[in-house]
Design a protein around this ligand. Structure first.
Ligand code: PRP
Ligand code: MN
Ligand code: MG
Length: 181
């Protein structure tokens, strides 16, 4: 197969911009949770890159857990149906939870996950997402930290996939039309 970067139409966010933003977000997370019992919760699979870089940008070690939910098929549109494929291994009662996500698109996935975690009596539940598409919102999600607001275009890279591919791209970008045909 050709180099995966060759399938990009344009780069929206560069590797350097992503890393600078995560350093900034890590600083805010550090301030907010100073001296508190924090658990980072990543949403598989898209959040793996954000989680890997955010946790390494934090100066102290923070426990991490993962949830896997399904809301998209293999295509580019949200079905709005959320199912837990893998639940947390951790009891979050009385703990501060920070959900780490790659993108908020319609908002359906995260509003569901946030409500689900809030029902487990945690000390707090906040959200940190690298990307958000304000023009795609179907529900309002209360988000503490957003890296970048982006236009309502289908994007891949840095954890985001198209049919499970392109997650390994170091940039966030849009795909060339030939990829879809
Ligand atoms: C993508 C993305 C978010 C969600 C956002 O995940 O990683 O989790 O969709 O969409 P929404 O705001 O419209 O709900 P996806 O379901 O594609 O699974 P993946 O992370 O395994 O790619
Ligand atoms: Mn996801
Ligand atoms: Mg996906």
């Amino acid at each position: 197969a050709a180099h995966m970067g060759a399938d990009l139409e344009k780069v929206l966010i560069t590797e350097e911009e992503i890393h600078a933003k995560l350093e900034e977000l890590a600083g805010l997370v550090r301030e907010r949770y100073e001296g508190q019992d924090l658990l980072l919760v990543g949403v598989l699979k898209g959040a793996v890159m954000v989680m890997a870089d955010l946790m390494r940008a934090l100066p102290y070690s923070v426990p991490v857990d993962w949830m896997a939910v399904s809301s998209y098929g293999s295509g580019t549109k949200s079905s709005g149906v959320v199912r837990i494929l893998k639940d947390l291994d951790t009891d979050i009662t009385d703990r501060h939870v920070l959900i780490v996500e790659d993108i908020i698109d319609s908002g359906l996935t995260l509003s569901w996950i946030k409500a689900n975690l809030e029902s487990r009596s945690p000390a707090s539940v906040e959200i940190c997402t690298l990307l958000r598409k304000p023009d795609a919102a179907k529900v309002d999600v209360d988000v503490q930290w957003v890296g970048f607001d982006i236009p309502n275009e289908f994007v891949v890279g840095y954890g985001l996939d198209y049919a499970e591919r392109y997650r390994g791209l170091r940039v966030v970008g849009t795909l060339a039309p030939h990829v879809y045909s």
